[in-house]
Every structure is written in C-alpha cells, then in structure tokens.
Design a protein around this ligand. Sequence first.
Ligand code: G16
Length: 542
Amino acid sequence: MDSEALKKYSALHPKPAGLTLQYGTAGFRAKAEKLDHVMFRMGMLAVLRSKAVASTIGIMVTASHNPEEDNGVKLVDPLGEMLHPSWEEYATQLANAEEHELQQTITEICQKAAVNQHKDASVFIGRDTRPSSEKLSQSAIDGIFVLDGQYHDYGLVTTPQLHYMVCCQNTQGQYGKATLEGYYEKLSKAFTELIKQSSSSGESQKHLKIDCANGIGALKLSEMEPYFPKEVLIQLYNDGTKEKLNHLCGADFVKVHQKPPRGLDMKPNERCCSFDGDADRIVYYYQDATGLFHLIDGDKIATLISIFLKELLAKVGQTLKMAVVQTAYANGSSTRYLEETLKVPVHCVKTGVKHLHHKAQEFDIGVYFEANGHGTVLFSKAAETKIRRLAKEEKDNEKREAAKVLENMIDLINQTVGDAVSDMLVIEAILALKGLTVQQWDAVYTDLPNRLLKIQVADRRVIDTTDAERRAVTPPGLQEKIDALVKKYKLSRAFVRPSGTEDVVRIYAEADTQENADALAHEVSLAVYHLAGGKGAPPQPL
Ligand code: G16
C-alpha cells in the first residue's frame, strides 16, 4: 500500500466530521452528499475482499427504493451474493475511520481477514440512474485505484445485472457471459423456449404494462426488447424522462400504499407490474371492474412459482426437496396456503435478501421472496445436474418435456439475487404455460388485510428484536404492549423492527378486516412512539 497515495486520495474524499454510518440491510444508504468518502472506502474494501477470496467483487452504486436524493452502495460477493456478513463489520469500520486512522484500519482488516496485499484484485462496478451516481462511482474507482485494483466499469446497469456479471466472471463463464448481451441472450433464449410450449392465445394475455419507477429498469428493458420474441407486448411507464425516481411510483410505493403508481394508465383487469429503483424487486397488480385495486406481492409470486415447480417435479417423478423462505412480513394467508394446501415447508428468516438467500441454499430447490417483491429461486448443483440430465436422456416423452421446462426455468431465473426483469419473465412464462389470468392467480388465496407503517424515533437502535424479528426485546415493555394490542383483534399479528435502509422504525400489522389492521398498526405505532422516543407529533390514525 502506497501511504502517500492513500493520504492524497483520501484527502480528496474527506469524511464529514462526526458522521457515523452503518452497513445496513443492503449496504450503506444515506443522503448522497454524505457518501463520497464511503464510496472511496468501499472501492478500497472491494479490493481487499477481492484479494482475500481471489475473485472478482462487485460494487453497485444505488439506493434502490429510497428517494432520489439518497444514494448507497451494495457490495457483491464472488457468486453474486450479498457481501459476507463477516465483512459487513469491516465495511462499517472502514467507512467510519477518521482520516488519520485509515492506513491502520486497512492494516487491521488485512490482518483479521488474512488478506495478502500482494495479490491481484479485480472489481466490477455499476450504477443506477440517480443524478449523484456517476460521481459517486468515480469515487469508488479512486478507492480501487489507490489500492492497485483492476476494475471494469459497466456504467448504468440494474443491480441484478451487476450480480450476474460478477457470478459469470467468477465461474469462468459457466453461469453465462459477463456482458449485457450475454445476460439478454441467456434470459430471452430460455423465455422463448418456454413460451413456445404455451397454448394460450388471447391477446390480452400477452399485454403487460410496466411501471419502471423512473429508474434503470426502463433503460434496460428498452435495450432488451429486440431480444424478446415478438409475441411479448410490453409497455413501459415511468421511464425516468419526466419524473423523479421512485416518486409516487415503483414497487415499494405500490406495496406500501396498496395503490397504483402515478403515471400508469391502468384499465380494468389489465395485468400491470412495478419495478423498484434498481430493478431488483417486482410486484404485480390489477384493478377490477368495480375499481378495486388488487396487489399481487412477493408472497403470491413465490406461491405461483412454487405451484408451478411442484407440478413439474411431480411430472418428472422427482422428489427433490423444495422449500419456501419468507420473512415476518409474509402475509399469514400465504404461509398457510403454502404449508397446508401446497404442502411445501416454509421457513421464516430476518429481513434482507442475504438472510433469505442463505437459508434457501439448504434445499434442492429454495424459493425465496420477501413480501416487497424481492426474491428468486435457487437450485442446488445436484438438482440442476439431475434436471439437465433428464431433459437430455429421459426416455419417457412427458417426463423429458417437463424436465426441459425445468431446465429453461433454471436458465431464466437469475439465481444470484432477486431480479425484476428475470422474475417478470418467469411469471409471464408461468401464466402463459398454465393459461392463467392475473385474476385467477390472485384468487389462489386471499390475503389477510394488512398495513405497513413507518415512524421516526430519536435512535432506531433502541429497538432490538428476536425470533426472525417477530418479537421486540427492547425497549422494555414494548413487546408486552404489542401482545396486548394484538389480543384485541381477530386473526391478528403485529411486529416492529428498525429499518436497515432508512432512518425509520417499520410497523407491520394484519387482522381480519382492513379497519382492524389499520387500527392495530396505528396503536402499535403509538406504543413505539411512546416507548422508543418518537420524534415530532404522535402518529395520527389512518
Ligand atoms: C433492501 C433489501 C431488502 C429489504 C429492503 C428493506 O431492498 O435488499 O431485502 O427488504 O431493503 O429493508 P429495511 O426494511 O431494512 O429498510 P432494496 O430493494 O431497497 O435494496
């Protein structure tokens, strides 16, 4: 490490005095103007991580669903997963070190993580469409440069595309080509193969309206359109040319507010979906003839995929172990349907795709989705090999055809992380193959009415949770209060947790009616306000 160069460059990316940031649910997130030093340092951390694991590491500059003024950084591990938790601590340490401590901190990380500083390092970098992203990615590149790392700048990409590139690079092309063309070709080929076998012909079946959250999804879908088979009729809305990123639109807005995004002209019974700002989440929805809005969230996406995969496995005659991984936000009806009707085991883990991904790796087929629409499916190596062999060698026609469908699903699914584009194609293929309308999909089970709220407190870290975030351990008395409130309503459940991407406490409640879910959420938010040091005026009823 060249200490003079380190001093010179870190002086160009000074840390604001007194600022402390934490590596949260999916990396660092804050107002963009506070992040220059973090980006520079995450450039350096990516180099260290690359040297430690002798692989390419990814840096994605994005704050995903957060407002346009925010930004953030997600670090990507060799197989396209989120950064290993043991390194999150180093990331926080490096981001918060004072300038004069930088060199020492780097040395300490190298010692603790057994980093051989003389090894080569390679980093892939990408960014979303935020106005601040280009400059911040340049700061990360400075960090890579100062520790002598090599880098490839992919420029504007979706978060899942960057995860995909990193995985392709580290598996020597086995997962695909580490280029955007490679990504488009792989997904569109698998999708085309799948829908060839669909018999549904209704024109309306083929139309899909997509709200791109005024983010990167619009750009990348436009690039991908020439690769789609001509039967695919998508219309893009909120493409970022007129309005602000994530403002009154996008997957998070639609999920939280349970209403359509602004800027999407929705006719009764039309199938629509929303991406989030960096295109790693997706939710579907439609409005019925009476004007009622129907949200089809990550839980229903996981259910649709599970139904489809289970049917295929039965046809192929395979008893591969399949499970669904959810978080505490999963609607109670979805868990009941999966366990009791579909007979698929369900596991609940903490919020954050890194936790879901990790759990899903334990099964032959692990379907994981957060209710907010972030998720994918993982196939174990053994399951994949078995399916590919059956698709090629199985003598029984029906079994072989089913195995081929499974094989194409494996290729269509971005197994590195939740991917709105890939998930959308998976869903569209399943609906076409099963001849299902969006209404029939929605009717698989009925969601329990629910409400998501967020409130600000002086320090959200006063809330500590356990049992996959379903119970609050601190502040004292909060869980007892929530338990008492929950008892007042039928079919009810509620929990609170500090967000890892915004400076808020999130509150979730479900109950037998929407009025009761709203009332319960409000009462719980009041309890948080009083017991956890709420900021400003007390929350008002909805
Ligand atoms: C990120 C994570 C998701 C998480 C979401 C909200 O999503 O990747 O797993 O559900 O933040 O997290 P929290 O409730 O802790 O704020 P994204 O799409 O914003 O990157």
